[in-house]
Design a protein around this ligand. Structure first.
Ligand code: NAD
Length: 468
C-alpha cells in the first residue's frame, strides 16, 4: 500500500513531487474513469461514515466541542447522503448529452461528453472538517478524478483521523491525505493540479489563486463573509427566533453560512430579543457552558478575536466568557453601529449583533454597501418584499424564512459570489465542477458541400446567406 500521509517538517518537496507522479500514473491508467470504481468509492464513503461514526464524533468533539447530534446533522450524515446522491445519479451524469447540429454541420451529430480533469486538490477548513474535505472529494471521485485532500491543521484530531481512515476505506492509490499546515499546503500548491477546491478565508484564497495561476489550474474558492439576516415586522417571530438561534449558535457560530448579523426595526427588535433568549434557554439550558449541545471556539486566537466583538454593542443576552474553556456564551448585542468593529469583518463566532434598519430599503442599502455575502436571509410573509430582496441583494445563496437549510437540497449548487467565493459544488454541480464538458462533433462523409471551400464566389456567398 502506498504511503497515505506525509507529515514532513521541514517539507520534502521530492515527496510531494513523487506523490503527484504516482497519482498521474494511476490517473493515466484509466482506473478512476471506470464507473464501477467510482461507485465503489462513493459507497465506501457511506460505509466509513456509518462504521466510524463514534471515532468521527470523538474527533469533532475534541476539535470543536461538537455534540453528536450536530456532528451527525452537519458532518457525517451530510457526507453520507451526498455520496449516496452522487452514486445514484452517476449513470445519468456521465452520459453523453446530445445537442442539435445546424444545417451546416449536416450530416453530423453533436454531443457533450463529460470527462475527468485529472488530479484534484481539496484544501479544507477547520469548522466542518469532515464535510468540507469529504463532500468535495466525493464530487471529484464521482467525476472520475484522483484526489489529494489537505485537511485543516486547526482541527488536528479530525485531520489525523481522516489520514488514518481514508486509506482503509478508499483506494489508496487514487486518494491521498496530506496533513500539515502552511509549508505543506505551499508545497502542494507548487504542483500542477488539474483543479483546486479551497475552503477558507479570502486572504488564503488569494494565495491559492495566485499559485494556481502559475499552472493555469482552475479553482473553486469557497470563502466567507458577513451573511445578513433581515427580519421584517410581519414575520412569524417565534419561528424566526428559533431558526436564527439555531443557525447562529450551531458550532458556536463557526459556520460560513450562519446569519452573521440581524437587520430589523426597533419595535421588531424589542419583540425578537426575548424570543431569542427563550429559544437559547430551550436549546442550551440556563448555563450553556454546561450543555452538551453547545460547542467551543476552535482556539485561543479565535476566542480572543470574537470576545472582543461584544464591546461593539449593548449585551442583551449572554456575554459570559471563559478563556480556559474557549467558551463564549450565545450572545446578542444591540445598539450596534454599522461602522463598529463587529460589523467590519465576518464574526465567525456566537455573537449576534442587531443593527437597526427601519425598513427593507434601508436594510438592502446597508447590505449593498458591503461585500457580496455568501448567504442572505430574509424573514417575511410579504411576497413583494421577498422578491425585492432576492432581486436587489446579490449573494451566493439565499433563504426566505429560514437559514442554512438550502444545504439539504442536493440539486442546489453551493458557492459564493464576488469576495464570498467563485464556482460551486454539491450534487450535479459538483460533478460538473470536477469534469471537463468536452464538446464533440462527428461528421458524416457525404454530402461534403463545396460551399465552405475556396475559391469563394459571389454565388457561394449568396447561397451562404440563404442557408444562414
Ligand atoms: P483554515 O485556517 O482552516 O484555512 C483553510 C485552509 O487553508 C487550511 O487547510 C490551511 O492549512 C490552509 N492555509 C492556511 N494558511 C495558508 C497559507 N498561507 N498558504 C496556503 N494554505 C494555507 O480556515 P480559515 O481560513 O480560518 O476558515 C474560515 C473561513 O472560511 C471563514 O471566512 C469562513 O466563512 C470560510 N468558510 C467558507 C466555507 C464555504 O463553504 N464557503 C466553509 C467553511 C468556512
Amino acid at each position: 500500500m502506498s504511503k497515505p500521509v506525509l507529515q514532513s517538517s521541514p517539507v520534502n518537496h521530492a515527496d510531494f513531487k513523487e506523490l503527484f507522479r504516482n497519482l498521474t500514473a494511476v490517473f493515466d491508467s484509466g482506473k478512476t474513469r471506470d464507473l464501477a470504481w467510482r461507485r465503489a468509492q462513493l459507497n465506501a464513503v457511506k460505509k466509513m461514515m456509518s462504521e466510524c461514526e463514534a471515532e468521527l464524533f470523538a474527533a469533532l468533539k475534541a476539535d470543536l466541542g461538537k455534540s453528536a447530534s450536530e456532528s451527525f446533522m452537519t458532518e457525517t450524515s451530510y457526507v453520507s447522503a451526498d455520496a449516496a446522491y452522487s452514486a445514484k445519479n452517476l449513470n445519468r451524469w456521465t452520459r453523453k448529452r446530445r445537442v442539435s447540429t445546424p444545417v451546416f454541420g449536416q450530416p453530423g451529430q453533436s454531443w457533450i461528453q463529460p470527462e475527468p480533469l485529472g488530479i484534484v486538490l481539496v484544501i479544507g477548513a477547520w469548522n466542518y472538517p469532515v464535510q468540507l474535505t469529504l463532500a468535495g472529494m466525493s464530487a471529484a471521485i464521482a467525476a472520475g478524478n484522483c484526489v489529494v485532500i489537505k485537511p485543516s491543521e486547526l482541527a488536528p484530531a479530525t485531520s489525523a483521523l481522516l489520514a488514518r481512515l481514508l486509506p482503509k476505506y478508499l483506494d489508496p492509490d487514487c486518494v491521498k491525505v496530506v496533513e500539515g499546515s502552511v509549508p505543506e499546503t505551499t508545497a502542494l500548491l507548487d504542483l500542477p493540479f488539474d483543479h483546486i477546491l479551497y475552503t477558507g478565508g479570502g486572504n488564503v484564497g488569494r494565495i491559492v489563486m495566485a499559485a494556481a495561476a502559475k499552472h493555469l489550474t482552475p479553482v473553486t474558492l469557497e470563502l466567507g463573509g458577513k451573511s445578513p439576516c433581515v427580519v421584517l415586522p410581519d414575520a412569524n417571530l417565534e419561528t424566526t427566533a428559533r431558526r436564527i438561534a439555531w443557525g447562529k449558535f450551531t458550532n458556536a457560530g463557526q459556520t460560513c453560512i450562519a446569519p452573521d448579523y440581524l437587520l430589523t426595526d426597533t419595535d421588531t427588535e424589542a419583540l425578537l430579543v426575548p424570543l431569542l433568549e427563550k429559544c437559547i434557554r430551550e436549546m442550551f439550558g440556563d448555563d450553556p457552558q454546561k450543555s452538551d449541545s453547545y460547542g467551543r471556539m476552535v482556539n485561543d486566537r479565535h476566542f480572543q478575536r470574537v470576545s472582543a466583538f461584544i464591546a461593539s454593542g449593548h449585551t442583551v443576552i449572554g456575554g459570559q466568557l471563559d478563556a480556559a474553556d474557549k467558551y463564549i456564551a450565545p450572545t446578542v448585542i444591540t445598539d450596534v453601529a454599522p461602522d463598529s468593529a463587529v460589523m467590519r469583518e465576518e464574526i465567525f463566532g456566537p455573537v449576534l449583533p442587531i443593527v437597526r434598519a427601519d425598513n427593507l430599503e434601508e436594510a438592502i442599502a446597508l447590505i449593498r454597501s458591503g461585500d457580496k455575502p455568501l448567504s442572505a436571509y430574509i424573514f417575511t410573509n410579504n411576497k413583494r418584499a421577498e422578491r425585492k430582496f432576492l432581486e436587489q441583494v446579490s449573494s451566493g445563496n439565499a433563504c426566505v424564512n429560514d437559514v442554512m437549510m438550502f444545504m439539504t437540497v442536493h440539486e442546489l449548487p453551493f458557492g459564493g459570489v464576488g469576495p464570498s467565493g467563485m464556482g460551486a459544488y454539491s450534487g450535479k454541480r459538483g460533478f460538473e465542477t470536477f469534469s471537463h464538458m468536452k464538446a464533440v462533433m462527428k461528421r458524416g462523409w457525404w454530402p461534403d458541400l463545396a460551399l465552405r471551400y475556396a475559391p469563394y464566389t459571389d454565388k457561394k456567398l449568396n447561397l451562404l446567406r440563404k442557408i444562414r
